[in-house]
Design a protein around this ligand. Structure first.
Ligand code: NAD
Ligand code: LMR
Length: 330
């Protein structure tokens, strides 16, 4: 039996992600929680002839408690998206409190669940989640993930003309670091199967992966950020976590984790000087079984990108931790 809960289920990401989870034959129960509209979204999805029993919950009548009780996997796309001209960090003021409060619910009602955080700024919301779970005495770093799959999905897509793959997902491209601008570091030299990027195209390609989110924000003209590609990416990651939890071996995904709490992570933390970092992780029945170090042998160009990344990432991480340790006055 697998129960999945989506927090922020009525939103631009929440709805298509819930649709994909509803069609996943591994999900038996799907709980949709949001501050608005979940009864309608759940009624609509519940007509689909797939396995998952689907129910919507609102804050009234202990909705969060009922949505989370018994959940094995909780995906969080709750919170506001960017408008043109904003950075992901500009979302912190609103989204930090939303994530903190939802994760308090997880600590209380489903402390062993796998927690998948989509809400931005991921570089800070994941440290917030970790601090909340730590304070409640239930933090298991192997079960808390920042969803950075979209960066890898973009890298796969944007390099297709060079990889030559008909299906862009057939290439494995590590994208490490964080999830915002220069903290996103594509390691094209580590792609498998390997391919070459012409030197005169390299900078533009790195920039496109780092700022792919802005492309969508701009094109949507103030109505939001990536939702459909994010639902695809979020589902890809959630399905991998579920498959691995059911015993499927050999599943590796990129994700932003607390390195010192994941086997193999300590070495990466030492090399980068940051404790939260996105890297390839092998997934197993208990979550993140091993953080894979893809940093050895990277090119000089990639090392320069990494140095810029870790500087920015440090501040983002500290900001998240500080928000929980020294909450701002209400
Ligand atoms: P959206 O505004 O369309 O949807 C957000 C949903 O969250 C809304 O339905 C809203 O009612 C709900 N919500 C707000 N407060 C809540 C609370 N306290 N409890 C439960 N639900 C609550 O936004 P979106 O486009 O779906 O984006 C959601 C978040 O995901 C944003 O922060 C965005 O920046 C982020 N995002 C992350 C990635 C990534 O790669 N990690 C990619 C795209 C978007
Ligand atoms: C993305 O990468 O598309 C998301 O983080 C949303 C954003 O704000 O760009």
């Amino acid at each position: 039996m697998v129960k999945a809960a989506v927090l922020g289920a009525s939103g631009g990401i929440g709805q298509p992600l819930s649709l994909l989870l509803k069609t996943c034959s591994l999900v038996d129960e799907l709980a949709l929680y949001d501050v608005v509209n979940t009864p309608g979204v759940a009624a609509d999805l519940s007509h689909i002839s797939s396995v998952a029993k689907t129910k919507g919950f609102l804050p009234k009548d202990d909705g969060l408690k009922h949505a989370l009780t018994g959940a094995d996997v909780v995906v969080i796309p709750a919170g506001i998206p960017r408008k043109p001209g904003m950075t992901r960090d500009d979302l912190f003021k609103v989204n930090a409190g939303i994530v903190r409060d939802l994760v308090k619910g997880i600590a209380e009602f489903c402390p062993r669940a796998f927690v998948l955080i989509i809400s931005n700024p991921v570089n800070s919301t994941v440290p917030i989640a970790a601090e909340v779970l730590k304070a409640a005495g239930v933090f298991d770093p192997k079960r808390v993930f920042g969803v950075t799959t979209l960066d890898v999905v973009r890298a796969e897509t944007f390099t297709q003309e060079f990889s030559g793959e008909k299906n862009p997902s057939a290439v494995n491209i590590p994208v490490v670091g964080g999830h915002s601008g220069e903290t996103i570091v594509p390691l094209f030299s580590k792609a498998t199967p390997a391919f070459q990027i012409p030197a005169d195209k390299y900078d533009a390609l790195v920039n496109r992966v780092q700022f792919g989110g802005d492309e969508v924000v701009k094109a949507k003209e103030g109505t939001g950020s990536a939702t459909l590609s994010m639902a695809f990416a979020g589902y890809r990651f959630a399905e991998s976590v579920i498959r691995a939890s059911k015993g499927q071996a050999g599943i590796v995904e990129p994700t932003f984790v607390y390195l010192p709490g994941v086997p193999g992570g300590e070495k990466i933390a030492k090399a980068t000087g940051v404790e939260f970092f996105s890297t390839f992780v092998s997934l197993g029945t208990n979550g993140a079984e091993k953080a894979i170090n893809v940093l050895e042998g990277i090119t000089e160009q990639e090392q320069k990108l990494l140095d810029v990344c870790t500087k920015g990432l440090k501040g983002n991480i500290e900001k998240g931790i500080d928000f929980v340790k020294n909450p701002p006055p209400k």
